[in-house]
Design a protein around this ligand. Structure first.
Ligand code: EPZ
Length: 443
């Protein structure tokens, strides 16, 4: 990725119309789904983002074919080969560890690294591994941090996730669609992106049914075929652009925004006194309608307030008159952007809320939590943000710092813009069309 920076001048109010791209967290998984059949699948409405290109490269190293033309992608898994997924590839894209499902189904064995990187620390796919073991995979873990899985033929099972896992649910669905017999996943993720993947798989001939809010039943079939499928829009993009419109005192219409997937966000907007309205089934309008009120949010899995929305939300709360809190309950450390925000004059304090049963309350595994990280921040507003030289560390935080710079006085420079390209297509170009004074330069 070419290192680049964004130069952002004091924001005008953003006004106009913007279209949300296809959902990154569906597009990535459709490539894995395509490896389950020898026929071509065509995916429409894909976002042109670097995470997708990374996944394309990884799958092509395994012999898969992924062709992208415009916003359409064709995946062919007929020529898939089997060898270990390297630590480097897995580190570039955590989703690549989902390839364990097609490898096991096609070859009866797979070797993938623990994407958490640590040898005994964060085990971010223990729930995936446990579920696959219940489906008959024999999985060992070696001292170099690799999982070695073997299975003659995966068979159905009843597996209850100990805690929510979005990609864990998807990995087990991908394994179960061609397994022998019936699989029932209990306490399975309810994110709409999971249902979009289910929609694709069922069009390919799978038999998957959500028989309860968090129960999914999969009846294994002999083979899957090709199909053409259009993926849903990206909810994270909608929230990012919505906050951009409100925080700059603007007025935006976002097309491909489905209110039923954003209820917890819209509810909080109402509490904060920010303006929004449904334009039609597929478009929402977001606008500034007066001073913002402070709010408290706790992130959760769907249908709760998404963890991916907490960083943009924090920026919004810097403009609210009073004290707001953000309690991150999904990931053990997701406030990397706070130190950068402080450079813009934001008053943020970390604190650890008292929780009666943290093991149940938090979605991460408590053994992965290191005490250094607090799980909550307190924001005191309203604060007039001023410009700064900022470093972008990750995808969602990056977009957040752009929002802050748009609302700040003076000219800001953000290094690490390539992190934003992982999840947002042509981000600065689309913001410019709405009136943002933003340009990119090589850093
Ligand atoms: C997916 O991550 C998304 N990524 C994330 O979006 C999103 O934030 C997250 O779901 C929550 O909605 C993709 O879909 C590619 P989890 P995922 O498994 O599936 C722990 C973005 O920016 N855990 O639901 O990896 C885990 O460490 C990304 O688009 C285990 O400990 O999330 C985390 O703390 C960021 N063991 C928590 O649970 C497991 O086996 C939730 O993880 C599985 C998860």
């Amino acid at each position: 990725m070419i290192m680049s920076k964004l130069i952002i001048e004091e924001g005008e109010s953003l006004k106009g119309e913007i279209e949300a791209s296809g959902a990154k967290n569906v597009a990535l998984k459709t490539i894995v789904a395509g490896l389950l059949t020898d026929e071509k699948i065509v995916i429409e409405n894909i976002p042109l983002i670097s995470d997708l290109l990374t996944m394309k490269m990884t799958v092509e190293k395994f012999g898969g074919r992924v062709e992208i033309a415009g916003h359409k992608m064709t995946v062919t898994g007929s020529n898939l080969k089997n060898f270990p997924l390297s630590l480097e590839m897995a580190a570039q894209s955590r989703t690549s560890s989902m390839i364990i499902a097609p490898l096991l189904l096609r070859f009866g064995k797979a070797t993938i690294p623990n994407p958490g990187g640590c040898r005994i620390g964060a085990r971010p796919i223990d729930r995936h591994i446990e579920g696959l073991s219940k489906m008959g995979a024999k999985i060992t873990y070696d001292a170099s941090g690799y999982f070695h899985a073997q299975s003659k033929k995966l068979h159905g099972t009843v597996y209850t996730f100990p805690k929510n896992t979005h990609t864990g649910t998807e990995t087990l669905i991908l394994a179960a669609v061609l397994a022998n017999g019936e699989t029932v996943l209990e306490n399975a993720a309810a994110e709409p992106e999971v249902d979009d993947l289910i929609g694709l798989l069922n069009q390919m001939g799978a038999k998957i049914k959500r028989v309860g809010p968090r129960t999914i039943k999969i009846t294994g079939v002999k083979k899957l075929g090709g199909t053409t499928y259009k993926i849903m829009p990206d909810r994270n993009e909608v929230v990012t652009f919505a906050v951009a419109g409100i925080i700059t005192g603007g007025d935006l219409i976002i097309k491909n925004a489905q209110s039923q997937h954003l209820l917890s966000f819209l509810e909080k907007l109402d509490k904060a006194g920010a303006g929004w309205e449904k334009v039609n089934e597929n478009s929402l309008r977001f606008f500034y309608k007066g001073s913002l009120k402070p709010c408290d949010i706790v992130t959760s899995f769907h249908p709760g307030f998404m963890t991916d929305w907490q960083a943009p939300w924090t920026i919004l709360m810097t403009q609210a008159a009073g004290k707001s809190t953000v309690h991150e309950a999904v990931f053990e450390s997701r406030f990397g952007y706070v130190s950068e925000l402080r450079k813009m004059g934001v008053k943020i304090l970390f604190f650890q809320p008292k929780i009666s049963c943290p093991e149940k309350f938090y979605n991460f595994n408590m053994e992965d939590k290191n005490d250094r990280h607090y799980q909550a921040i307190l924001i005191e507003g309203p604060i007039k943000l001023h410009n700064a030289i900022l470093n972008i560390s990750d995808l969602r935080a990056g977009a957040t710092l752009v929002l802050a710079a748009l609302a700040a006085e003076g000219e800001s420079v953000l290094y690490g813009a390539e992190h934003i390209d992982r999840g947002y297509e042509r981000f600065e170009e689309r913001l410019k069309k709405l009136g943002a004074k933003i340009k990119r330069a090589n850093s």
